[in-house]
Ligand binder design. Sequence first.
Ligand code: ADP
Ligand code: ZN
Length: 713
Amino acid sequence: MMNAALGPLDYKVPAGMNVEYGQIVIAPLGPRQVTGIVWEEDRLPANSVPEAKLRPLLSAVDVPPIRGELRRLIEWTADYYIAPLAAVARMVIASGGALRGPATMTEYRLSGGMPDRMTPQRERAIAALEGEQATIRELSGLADVSEGVLRGLVNQGALEPVEVDVDRPYTRARHDFDEPDLSDDQRKVSARLVEAVATRKFAPILLDGVTGSGKTETYFEAVAEALKDDRQVLVLLPEIALTEAFLKRFGNRFGAAPVTWHSSLKSTERRRAWRAIASGEAQVVVGARSALFLPYANLGLIVVDEAHEISFKQEDGVRYNARDVAVMRGHFEAIPVILASATPALESLHMATSGTYEKLDLPSRFGGAQMPEIRLVNLTEEQPGRGSWIAAPLRRAMFERLERGEQSLLFLNRRGYAPLTLCRNCGFRFQCPNCSAWLVEHRLSQRLSCHHCGHETATPEKCPECGEPDCLVACGPGVERIADEVAEMLPDARVALVTSDTINTPEKAAQFVAMAEGGAIDVIVGTQLVTKGFHFPELTLVGVIDADLGLEGGDLRAAERTYQQVAQVAGRAGRGAKPGEVLIQTRHPDAPVIAALEAGDRDAFYDAETEARRHAGAPPFGRWAAIIVSAEDDAEAREAANRIGNSRPRLDDVMILGPAPAPLALLRNRYRYRLLLNARRSAELQKVIRQWLGQLDHPPGVRVGVDIDPYSF
Ligand code: ADP
Ligand code: ZN
């Protein structure tokens, strides 16, 4: 049996109990009862407990067994990413929340009544819980009060219980709705996608279409085909903010909302979704990367939309890339996997040109909409004034849009007001106590916060070092500061700030989309949240505040990421009848990636980047892996990293660099050191790492993590 915490354990099947592989079972472990999956014996360690000493399983959980296809995917993921099998298995069964338990769960909501005695905490809770319904634990998180306070409100009758039927059915989606009239290009692509679904074979397909070409519209035809065949569909999306617009569109096409899966689901919703997915009742699941490890009963198609997005890469726990695991799941399930993007990752493109993936193209925008015109604003010549980040050409373009009643969008991939705050008097800089990172000022919430560990403090009135009042200066811009500048520059404009701080629930995302579509917003100022998915016909101007931001630092993928981000945000302009214009502010107009963006020459960028990668032995031509060693004690971490470094294998096809302090040398109170491996494609990288690390022991405080195909380092 595979236990989620401990890995493979051996048990006896009691007489009269029927188990099959994949069954979820309850077993005794010491004095406790634990949940596990019945697994093939070949994963048991060799020196197992003798037969006579085995304890019997207690019972089977009443959900369908985890199918062999998913068990193989779990094993592949553990092997490829060098993660414990149990940690991967946990992503499957722990995601069900309460796998066991009653058919109904109790949620609470405000009754409208007031408690006999009001306390400040009770008052705060009541104000925060307007319109909410969830379990006590979830409400406690929402209202930021203890569960005790809420229990008090229940006893006083101010909160009332609501029984929620966990397994209530979802509305059925229909596949026989009117199909849209597809363009010739779209029809060709959708016919092939439909055929791929009907064929029921593994088929990795790169759907490469410019922004606004109708990728979604065409893969909906493939979704309809799967529904017709009564098979399930998984659509992976990079961002929950994107989900709302998608859900609406899906509902219009299929007459029912898909089942959603993401980290902020309530426990009742999570359980309902998990069980409906396992029983086959859930037809289409739209989810974040974790939806990949759900126990679909009969999957017929996987779509990874915006497949180039870096948020598909999980950076803690099991470090996996959902895009790549999706392709593997497609392999084990023998179904097509569609990777849709206007700016595919170089790796995906390479797979297509080398013939491993099939490539389908949508080269032009739907309905005759033109690609926007792109111009550079050279910041070395057009310097905005002090404390300003919007240069004159961009200002003029924004004035024009406002006069014509059209929308503008300004993009800067930096949350908060300013990335660094310092004291004018003594030079003190606010730094995170847990990380090697500056605290970012958030003026809306009046807090300084660390974007790596979440540490927050109220923004002080005076310098904590020298005690001088009114001496703190904000250095550099974040989106909040850009929004302030816009408000000053265009006092009559209605400005929307779109960042994960302001758009942090699906409801807020839906509200924003409705306002932008309804013409209630003149200027959108946003982070990478606005670069994707949105389709606002009145949006005719996109301004990129700082195209050089991503190019700083020695990141291997910096150019690719800059290209993708700017091309994606540019793709928001001119999607309707009116032509779009994009102004890119840069200090490096001659950098190859910026020049390619200006020329609208995607091939030029990919060709140059391909050569650079080939030269560096980087993916897709070679492979990278990182070993990250961390501990709360700096010396302990360094010694462990040195121990690993000193026992490095000497190999021709793997180059090993380091150890060196990791780019974030202190993260969440742990000191971090890193070794980098650069291997030839043919090298058995995982085997090398497993053997190398497997022979070393470290003190209990030391953690050694492996990142295969790392995104940033
Ligand atoms: P992409 O996913 O490639 O960015 P979308 O599928 O979002 O493109 O399409 C862009 C816009 O064009 C959407 O508003 C969509 O509804 C519309 N559209 C695309 N194809 C069609 C079609 N065949 N008929 C009607 N509208 C379409
Ligand atoms: Zn921090």
